[in-house]
Design a protein around this ligand. Sequence first.
Ligand SMILES: NC(=O)c1ccc[n+]([C@@H]2O[C@H](COP(=O)([O-])OP(=O)(O)OC[C@H]3O[C@@H](n4cnc5c(N)ncnc54)[C@H](O)[C@@H]3O)[C@@H](O)[C@H]2O)c1
Ligand SMILES: [Zn+2]
Length: 364
Amino acid sequence: MEKINVRLKRTVDDSYEILVGSNLLSEIPKDLQKKGIGNRYALVTDHNVERLFGSRLQEIFRRENIQLPIVSFPAGEKSKNLRTFAELLGKIHSLGLDRKSAIIALGGGVVGDIAGFVAATYFRGIPFVQIPTTLLAMIDSSIGGKVGVDLEQGKNACGAFFQPKAVYVDIDFLEGLPRKELQSGLAEIIKHALIFDSRLFEFLEKSLRKLISKDKASWMHVIQKNCRIKAAVVEKDEKESGARKMLNYGHTVGHAIETVTRYKKFSHGEAVSMGMSFASRLSVKLGLLSEKESLRSTALLQAAGLPVRLPALPMGKMLEVMRKDKKSIGGKLSFVVLERIGNARHDVIVPEELVKEVIAPLMD
Ligand SMILES: NC(=O)c1ccc[n+]([C@@H]2O[C@H](COP(=O)([O-])OP(=O)(O)OC[C@H]3O[C@@H](n4cnc5c(N)ncnc54)[C@H](O)[C@@H]3O)[C@@H](O)[C@H]2O)c1
Ligand SMILES: [Zn+2]
């Protein structure tokens, strides 16, 4: 017998910059060239974002004598599937993009996830950059390289880790963002503050009104902070074995609510807000979090217009979904809980009886 070793130990440098600013779009073509990202480009986006910003971006590239063909698909989570993925790959191939070309993802998390997955797989991977246009994409989904699509069997069930080469966060996109989308991002921002940063939490308490009225300076501060938090988590734990798990705060119950209501009744942000309301009560019950801090957490969610009470949902089904959650450990329910505002703990196993006891009074 011959034994042939394929030695593939490697160190890769996937580092990249996140540029956060206002009026940033016109800088992008030059920055791409400076960084040596792509010699040809395709803009991947959804129909809404294309209508709102597609031609503006094309014009910015045209001024630098760069063509920017647009490949787009109908907006919404319903498009985040293998069919859209295959269509996009086909269109990009028809445009003649090669290994040195780059994909520019312009849009919310749906666009970023699917465009990133196209980039990860086209010719076994070509560079891509993110231009997030929703609050959620700015502070969460555009950073960290989780890309993919949903399967009928499960959300985000098919994908890869594939980091972008750069992220351009232009806060001017917030101007026309519907209130619902703003709230969705705010839920994840409040989550970041609760698990990692008590000073950010205080800032949010103080500045919520300004944020809701879209005060630019306040948003600049909040978005920069949140991008730093997400970047730090990804640096520590790219593939979700430790620190990145903290980001699941509020998400076990949140996902169960989304699944049981078939993703029809609540936005992700709303479901996570209810999940965080549960998780803070659980943290109190476990003797970790003080009553006062739990109330502060709930008050901030409410002030942001997010729900903190759950609808009456069948408990059996909720528990069944939670048992199957990828965060459960050997079928036992496990949660991220708070020790203080700004400090969390993950993989805390909790008996089902206690989960029921905490959820019941939160249900209408
Ligand atoms: N990859 C990750 O790490 C990660 C993290 C969190 C969420 N996600 C994914 O992100 C997705 C949700 O992202 P989302 O909330 O951004 O939703 P989305 O991409 O569907 O965008 C929401 C809506 O806002 C519109 N829109 C986008 N920008 C706009 C703007 N500036 N003005 C007006 N309308 C605008 C879109 O066309 C869409 O209709 C989910 O699929 C989720 O799984 C991924
Ligand atoms: Zn989330």
